[in-house]
Ligand binder design. Structure first.
Ligand SMILES: C[S@@+](CC[C@H](N)C(=O)[O-])C[C@H]1O[C@@H](n2cnc3c(N)ncnc32)[C@H](O)[C@@H]1O
Length: 398
């Protein structure tokens, strides 16, 4: 990595590595990577280009007849084999995969998605094994995750949250969405078409109504079923669930203001509706103990990361769902960057399979006027910048 203390030799080596990557000069690159890292960045510091960025940018636009050739593919392969980080950002805020997508280099883009999936699975395995925190080598790799974009409901990583763990206790968080408990203690604001948290994050917005309705429709094919929704928010999905006349409609909700609203709107009195007050982490073990069985389960919470979603399905859905039941979840992982969305869609599918579920995906186009629209006014940042929502429906593998 080029920094102020880097020697002239280091700077020269970094320049040569980036240049060899850009020329797709495999033989030079192989020699140079024996001396230097595949993660050097442009020493001029104006572009923060890494060898992967350079190799991919040099492919040009596929539409101009410049489909990446074998040399380009092999260069990317070689860099990845040598530990090049899939989600390093350049000064244009692009990962190497973002460049591949912009240039319509499908083959290279798919390689970057695969690299991201491998990296994320590895990190999650290491975390499971309690590795990673003290290991110096792993710490270096961990840096690559600092730039992983945050998303609305299921954050991609918990790192940021861990970094501010101490602060959370004192509730001096600048962004409550980084910690579920801090979010649950924070003040919410219901405004027309939007629910905001204390840090101006949009918790829920009404442009998602089509998506919510479709989730309810895919999960509850006929009246008289036993359904559960985790996370009430603006009540859009629960309202949709009601239209399918469920025999049981469980709602799990933990935020006091949302619970207050449920009361005001008469949800506690609705036929067959049972409100479970508290975090699902506390409520669900009790339902399991009672032997509750459900035909449909939907999960859409806030300020929880992917690891938490994984815990939800691999610990609880498998116990609460009927053998022929259906499970759905809000797929908002990495929705502010296409490559992150594609990676997390795959990671989730693989983890769901390991937990015993098949996944069917349905693509839903988000409203064409969403990006850059006034709807985001007053929000901290748009949590959704991509064009297609991939709606999952899970069944047990038969
Ligand atoms: C994005 S909103 C759900 C939106 C909902 N699908 C709708 O159609 O309006 C997330 C909801 O999950 C709730 N929540 C967050 N963490 C929770 C947890 N651990 N247990 C239960 N509810 C939680 C939030 O208070 C919020 O009401």
């Amino acid at each position: 990595m080029a920094d102020q203390t880097a020697s002239e030799e280091d700077i020269l080596l970094a320049k040569r590595i980036i240049s060899a990557a850009e020329r797709h000069d495999l033989s030079a690159l192989k020699i140079l990577l024996k001396e230097g890292s595949a993660n050097v960045q442009d020493p001029s510091a104006t572009t923060a280009t890494s060898p992967l960025h350079a190799a991919i940018a040099a492919c040009g636009k596929a539409e101009d007849g410049k489909e990446a050739g074998e040399d380009a593919v092999k260069t990317v392969e070689l860099l990845l084999e040598n530990g090049a980080i899939w989600n390093d950002l350049n000064k244009e805020d692009e990962t190497p995969g973002c460049i591949a997508l912009r240039l319509a280099q499908k083959k290279i883009y798919d390689m970057m998605v695969e690299a991201g999936v491998r990296a994320e699975l590895l990190f999650s395995k290491m975390e499971e094994l309690g590795l990673g925190q003290d290991d110096e080598e792993l710490e270096v790799e961990d840096e690559s995750r600092d730039d992983a974009p945050a998303v609305k409901k299921q954050k991609v990583s918990e790192e940021a949250a861990q970094a501010i763990q101490g602060a959370v206790e004192e509730k001096v968080l600048d962004d409550v969405s980084l910690d579920n408990r801090a979010y649950l203690k924070s003040q919410l604001r219901y405004k027309p078409g939007i629910l905001l948290d204390e840090s101006d994050n949009a918790v829920m917005m009404d442009w998602e109504t089509t998506i919510m309705k479709r989730h309810a429709e895919t999960l509850i094919p006929r009246p008289g079923l036993r359904a559960m929704n985790v996370g009430h928010g603006m009540g859009i999905v629960d309202t949709a669930i009601q239209t399918y006349d469920p025999a049981e409609h469980h709602i799990v909700e933990a935020h006091p203001q949302v619970l207050e609203r449920l009361k005001e709107q008469g949800w506690y009195e609705k036929k067959n509706v049972v409100i479970h007050e508290g975090r699902w982490q506390d409520v669900l073990p009790k339902l399991v103990e009672k032997g509750v069985v459900l035909d449909a389960i939907y999960y859409d919470t806030f300020a929880e990361d992917y690891k938490t979603l994984k815990e939800f399905f691999s610990e609880y859905v498998i116990q609460l769902l009927d053998q022929n039941g259906l499970f759905g979840w809000y797929n908002g992982l990495g929705a502010d960057r296409q490559i992150c969305y594609d990676i997390y869609t795959k990671v989730a599918e693989m983890d769901l399979y390991e937990a015993g579920f098949d996944t069917q995906w349905e693509d839903i186009a988000v409203p064409s006027d969403l990006h850059g629209s006034d709807q985001w006014k007053g929000t901290r940042r748009p949590y959704w910048t991509i064009d297609v929502y991939r709606l999952p429906v899970n069944t047990f593998i038969k």
